[in-house]
Design a protein around this ligand. Sequence first.
Ligand SMILES: [Zn+2]
Length: 268
Amino acid sequence: MSLSKYKSNKKLIDRIIRGIREGNIFHAYIIEGDGLSDKLGFAKEFCKAVVCEEERGSGCDCCVNCRKIDHDNYEDLYIVEPDGMSVKDEQIAKLQSDLKKKPMGSRNMAIINCADTMTARAQNRLLKTLEEPFGGTLIILISENRENLLDTVKSRCVLYRLEDAKENMRGEEGAEAVFECLLEGKSFFETKQVISQYMKNREDAFLLLDGLERIYEKLLTFEDLRRKNYRKEEIFKAIELIEEARRDLHAKVNYQYAVKNLLLKIGG
Ligand SMILES: [Zn+2]
């Protein structure tokens, strides 16, 4: 499946495709996403897009390079998997010597899966390569939680964060249910119960806010018949409050508090 066929992460993928076509390929990336998203698959698609002979930028699935990457036998792509619980220093040392070899094609590439399990020694070793990459080398670090990566490593990589399509859908549904509560003037207690079905953690809270913001933005375009229930200023105010709640979340305010606070303000 080439990058252009992904249903989710459209904006990100457009950016990637454009970047590759314009020749803006950085030497190191972090691809982050939760446990559900197929980050390794995505990273391979990224590599295909870079070396594809037919459709540079998105990958064609058919040319020799694309097919070899699909079958895990592309000579210039090195994939490192954790050895037991972590990616170890020796593995990075081996990778570095592999990356020094002259590539068969245009460039050497590496994917380090579960890079956030790299030991501190492994990360420090990798840092040398990130600081002085061999010509054309592309390194992709796959991570679920980049907090485990050293700041010095992170600062040398471009970060791409994958959103899970299913997750987004849940945010969408939750936002719709909460919005209905507000529209019907349900009690705060009832609304709170609806929220608790859709919001189990901080990540959910972000998704809920994104969903709510999209609903209010759509109200502004008159496409939504529920528009008649609102004055324009009320909609702008709601969007402003949602952005405020998102800032609170980024500032590590308790997520339940941030969302409840928002709904009290919008409702009241
Ligand atoms: Zn191809």
